[in-house]
Design a protein around this ligand. Structure first.
Ligand code: SF4
Length: 675
């Protein structure tokens, strides 16, 4: 028996980016465990990834290339050889590219966050092809743009340092479900006497374990931040020295905040004035005070502005002066990657239009026009499941159903999206390929060594795009780079790549208290409250709210959010039987008073609807949802829903104020019992 242990990293869309040890016995991965030596994740994996061998050897893994033989959406395919599949795909793409390569669109997101298997070789291929570019906005671009506007990049506290905070605001994050290792540090801080306050419309598992929970209305976070700033000013809880030396634009921001006394802010947020004032007092007086902000709160019209306002808070109180004070939304900007070396934009001979992934529903249905450019004729989907996750899915499905659309999907499983593909190409999982990772939750670079041979005929994304490039006749030398060579190109000389491979990770050189004396990565080193192109941020009401659309709010009085179920990660893991059995079935949480007003009993089948469509599932009558809010936990594949839909049947395609992002949590609905 030959047993060995391999260094790996979790590839999923989670800030923790855990270090993993894979036990391999005679070529079979038998166990995955957290690596206890990795400081930010210290040896624990979440329930989802602890079941990685189950997912890797799942009986429904796609093992061979498949070609569609039934109608789109039917899921009927025949097995084909790789050579035949790649040659035929190239033959289908070639005439489209000859007419106008912009009619070809890549569609990808965070199915893997690996730097090599996500975009590198794929980007080279699409650059060389001259395809349309994709604006990858579906999750976090409002928040990341807001953070960048204030701090210069996606930078924040070391997650390990929350352990010594005296106050932790967990803002828009169900950390137990989606940021487990931060939660471990927060719990230890709690044991050491810290106060934990959760700010979230839903009473999550995390809120249950905090000292306080502020259940604000979805999309009101910017108003809460302004109310807090107003209180900081009114009580002179400001660090004037920090503001004077390390920030810019305070007088403009202060003028906006003057319009937000606690009474007004609390009314917009749907909380009491006392709760808002108490929060301000705690934030100003319990030091060090730290904010763990997450992306849920920015999936609304004003999401970017809200992040800018919240990011101002630790600058106003000088919380950044201490290593356990400040804010963490993203740490991904600490890694100084050489993206151009990986993606080779110089291969692109002509500029091409950019399509926003958050409006794929509309864009797949558009005809050619001078404004839009050519109709989308071919779509290559990798690391993504847009039929399940993109907003306004009825339109997305209509687009994917187009008989004149040629669709290729690289996947592990027959997802909702794969059901519409002309070709499904089996991709390797993290245990089967090489990759390197940065993290958006900590300041470490990680390596993922392949632990086992590819299952079936699966190939790494890089290998699939190499094959497509060869069949298209692209002979540029960069298409011959190995995965290890691509990874090495990502880093400058400050990173010892050999050491990274030997140890499994390296810590980036980030100060313990990175902004104790300013030094933000902005043009002047100061945090920017009113940059020249944006001015000061203000509260922006959701598109779908009584303030912005009173007639709509009268017809659809319930706000719907659709955060991830604890045992799924976006739409990954939904088909892992043991995890799905924990989640049970698609549910809609509704407050007991809202349920009673509609004659809805716990466990009853309900229809949730608005002008865009209808979603059917069972009701869970619970005060986890505040009054006026319903929660459609996701992201279930549509095919697992009782009527073949999920909450994205109801979401819309309007975009955020900054970052052109999707506004999933800016959605009004009504709910009715089904007789
Ligand atoms: S999903 Fe997150 S918590 Fe779970 S193993 Fe991956 S990085 Fe760690």
């Amino acid at each position: 028996m030959l047993e060995r242990t391999v260094h790996a990293a979790c590839p999923h869309d989670c800030p923790d980016t855990c270090a993993i040890r894979v036990t391999v016995v005679d070529g079979v991965a038998t166990r995955v465990q957290g690596d206890p030596d990795h400081p930010p994740t210290h040896g624990a994996l979440c329930t989802k990834v602890a079941r990685y061998p189950e997912r890797t050897y799942h009986p429904e893994r796609l093992l061979h290339p498949l070609r569609r033989v039934g109608p789109k959406g039917s899921g009927r395919y025949e097995r084909v050889a790789w050579n035949e599949a790649l040659a035929d795909i190239a033959a289908r793409l070639r005439p489209i590219a000859a007419r106008n390569p912009e009619a070809i669109l890549p569609y990808s997101y965070s199915g893997t966050l690996g730097l090599v298997q996500s975009e590198a070789m794929a980007a080279r291929f699409f650059n060389r092809l001259g395809a349309s570019q994709l604006d990858r906005t579906i999750c976090s671009s409002a928040g990341s743009t807001g953070l960048k506007a204030t701090y210069g990049r996606g930078v924040g506290m070391h997650v390990e340092n929350f352990v010594d905070s005296r106050l932790i605001l967990i803002w828009g994050s169900n950390s137990i479900a989606s940021n487990l290792h931060f939660w471990t540090f927060a719990q230890e801080a709690k044991r050491r006497g810290a106060k934990l306050i959760c700010i979230d419309p839903r009473r999550t598992e995390t809120a249950d374990k905090c000292h306080e929970h502020l259940a604000l209305k979805p999309g009101s976070d910017g108003a809460l931040a302004l109310g807090l700033i107003n209180e900081l000013v009114a009580n002179d809880w400001l660090d004037h020295d920090y503001i004077a030396h390390y920030t810019s634009g305070w007088s403009e921001l202060q003028a906006v905040a003057a319009n937000w006394p606690a009474e007004r802010a609390a009314a917009v947020c749907g909380i009491t004035v006392d709760a808002l004032r108490g929060l301000a007092r705690d934030y100003a007086t319990l030091r060090p005070a730290a904010i763990r902000l997450n992306y849920g709160m920015q999936r609304v019209r004003g999401g970017g502005s809200a992040v800018r306002l919240i990011a101002a808070l630790p600058c106003l109180t000088g919380a950044w002066r201490e290593r356990s004070g400040g804010l963490l939304l993203s740490a991904s900007g600490w890694a100084n990657l050489r993206l151009a070396a990986m993606e080779r934009p110089e291969l692109r001979k002509h500029s091409a239009r950019t399509i926003n992934m958050s409006t794929i529903g509309d864009d797949l249905l558009r005809e050619s026009s001078a404004e839009f450019g050519p109709r989308i004729e071919a779509l290559i989907v990798y690391n993504a499941n847009p039929v399940a996750v993109a907003p306004e899915s009825a339109k997305v499905v209509r687009g994917f159903e187009r008989e004149d659309l040629f669709t290729v999907v690289l996947e592990h499983f027959q997802t909702d999206t794969a059901d519409y593909a002309d070709y499904v190409l089996p991709a390797t999982t993290q245990l089967e390929h090489f990759d390197v990772h940065k993290s958006y939750g900590h300041a470490y670079l990680m390596v993922n060594e392949p632990a086992i041979a590819p299952v079936g005929e699966a190939r790494p994304n890089t290998e699939i795009f190499r094959g497509l490039a060869a069949n298209m006749g692209f002979d540029d030398p960069c298409f011959r780079d190995t995965d290890e060579e691509i990874a090495a190109q990502a880093f400058g000389p400050e990173i010892d790549f050999a050491r990274l491979r030997r140890d499994g990770w390296v810590r980036l050189p980030v100060l313990e208290a990175p902004f104790a004396a300013g030094g933000f990565p902005t043009f002047d080193g100061r945090a920017q409250f009113a940059p020249a192109d944006l001015g000061p941020a203000d509260y922006i009401a959701p598109y779908e709210s009584a303030a912005s659309a009173p007639e709509l709010a009268a017809r659809y009085p319930l706000a719907m959010i659709s955060p991830p179920a604890r045992h799924f990660l976006n739409s990954s893991f939904v088909n892992v039987r043991s995890l799905r059995s924990i989640e049970g079935e698609p549910l809609l949480e509704i407050h007991p008073e809202d349920a009673a007003a509609r004659g809805i009993l716990d466990g009853a089948l309900v229809r949730t609807f608005n002008d865009r469509g209808e979603y059917r599932c069972k009701a869970h009558v619970t005060d986890r949802a505040r009054r006026g809010l319903v929660v459609g936990l996701g992201i279930w594949w549509r095919k697992f829903g009782p009527a073949g839909t999920n909450p994205n049947e109801l979401t819309h395609q309007r975009l955020t104020d900054l970052g052109r992002a999707a506004t999933f949590y800016d959605c009004l609905v009504e709910v009715a019992a089904i007789e």
